[in-house]
Design a protein around this ligand. Structure first.
Ligand code: ADP
Ligand code: MG
Length: 449
């Protein structure tokens, strides 16, 4: 048996990662590791179990390479030894462990407190999430009897956790006897490691396999590349399903795209796989209005549309936008207008709002392409050389500028019926006049350039 040695490089590594992970993670994963031997080209680490090795390698490989010896393949040159069981009772630990507060009998494991706002009633439904919502309601109404497991997948910020917690709330309200356990995959792994360290793994297994009626698992993708945890999870999973206990899982990818064992993937595909899609425009507007209302904020519908058009693939971002807008309008006591939105949400808007095109820009471009003077276009001259380009300018103004015909007409000093006449005339002519068509598209390109 070898005793730990002090290694500066390892201590520097610890210092570095300590600032980058939670105290619990640090205490659970990194603190129990001892350096047994090191040289300039390798280091031997003693770990309490294989999970710690796996954890360190899968989370900190890059940092390990930065601080510790690296072998010729660019991999950290680490040899791992597992603490001998006899020694495990009193391992020499150099950094204090995070205190555990679990009571012996009332043993509970990390569960997620359900978010009070994540309920079916507050989940706005549209064509892309209707299916998943009704599947979730079905599961919540008859846990273990409709779809088992229910597997929910979709992109970030589209409401997976919201639906998962909604199921939890619904069951807890309506079937008080059922024991609901909601966990993140991360927490499950942490619990497992804790129990391995405290030698309470049997108790954990017992808990998950007989004290839980509904298991809600968030973000299963974190189980990828965690071979040993995966097996434990899979066993728990099968035991629960065999007892008709409900399982709901969320993931950022469909089962088949997860890097998990075939066994695990097959299990997850047993029940119903439901996709949460990006809500389309109308639903996004409804979500904005709903969230604004919750905050007591009045958002005019043109502004809601404007935001929904520009933030389109993440509902969490929509919420962020509303919060920011709400803060700005309150602090500065401003009305919520498109202009305020453009100003306060500039970096959040997904494509910069289209530049407003002015009549001036159109005139300038028409004048350049048709070789006439701007003042002539605005003037009263009716010669053929000017009349046609002038009509083109009016036509483009109507097409490209979202203003009333009166407003645009006023700009040209023409009535709105003159404007309409110009538009119709040009529309008719471009059908047969290739040359004119080209000139017009050149004008348009010039405007946008
Ligand atoms: P995910 O878990 O898919 O990353 P979340 O469930 O955390 O997403 O959702 C992000 C935020 O967006 C949450 O605050 C949630 O309430 C909200 N949200 C997402 N979809 C909807 C929806 N359809 N209706 C109302 N709120 C939604
Ligand atoms: Mg989530």
């Amino acid at each position: 048996m070898r005793s730990p040695v002090t290694c500066d490089a390892w201590n520097q590594f610890l210092q570095y990662v300590k600032t980058r992970c939670s105290a619990t993670a640090f205490g659970n994963w990194l603190a129990p590791i001892n350096v047994i031997e090191f040289s300039s080209d390798s280091i031997t680490l003693e770990v309490p179990n294989i999970f710690v090795k796996e954890y360190v390698l899968s989370n900190y490989k890059k940092d390990l390479c930065a601080f510790l010896p690296v072998n010729t393949d660019g991999e950290p040159a680490i040899e791992f030894v597992i603490t001998a069981p006899a020694k495990a009772a009193a391992p020499a630990i150099s950094v204090p462990l995070v205190a555990k507060t679990e009571e012996e009998d009332g043993l509970t494991f990390n569960d997620v407190k359900l978010n009070q706002n994540y309920r079916f009633e507050t989940f706005i439904e549209g064509p892309t999430n209707q299916f998943v919502k009704s599947a979730a309601i079905g599961v919540a109404a008859r846990p273990g009897q409709s779809y088992n497991p229910l597997f929910i997948h979709g992109g970030v910020g589209l409401g997976k956790t919201h639906i998962l917690h909604s199921i939890g709330h619904h069951i807890m309200q309506n079937q008080k006897k059922l024991r609901v356990q909601c966990i993140t995959t991360e927490a499950f792994i942490n619990d497992l490691v804790d129990s391995l360290r405290n030698k309470s793994v049997d108790r954990m297994k017992r808990f998950y396999r007989s004290d839980v009626d509904v298991l809600l698992v968030d973000d299963i993708q974190f189980l990828q590349n965690r071979l040993n945890f995966e097996e434990e999870f899979c066993n728990t999973f099968e035991t629960l399903i065999n007892q008709n206990k409900q399982i709901v899982i969320t993931s950022d990818k469909p089962p088949a795209q997860l890097k998990l064992s075939e066994r695990m993937i097959a299990r997850m595909e047993w029940g119903l796989v439901a996709h949460v899609g990006i809500p389309e425009l109308e639903t996004r507007v409804a979500i904005i209005q709903h969230k604004a209302q919750q905050k007591g904020l009045k958002i005019p519908s043109n502004v809601a549309f404007f935001i929904a058009e520009h933030i389109y693939n993440n509902v969490r971002q929509l919420e962020g936008a509303i919060n920011r807008l709400s803060a700005h309008s309150r602090l500065l006591d401003l009305n919520i207008t498109e202009e305020l939105v453009e100003r306060t949400l500039k970096e959040m808007l997904q494509h910069a709002p289209k530049q407003k095109i002015s009549v001036e820009q159109i005139l300038k471009s028409v004048a350049a392409v048709f070789q006439v003077r701007i003042s002539d276009l605005k003037g009263a001259t009716r010669t053929k050389e000017v009349a046609l380009p002038r009509q083109v300018a009016m036509y483009l103004a109507c097409k490209l500028i979202k203003e009333s015909l009166q407003m645009i007409g006023a700009y040209f000093g023409r009535t709105h019926s003159t404007l309409l006449h110009a538009c119709k005339n040009i529309e008719k002519r471009v059908m047969n006049d290739e040359m004119l068509r080209r000139q017009i598209s050149m004008v348009e390109r010039n405007i946008h350039a």
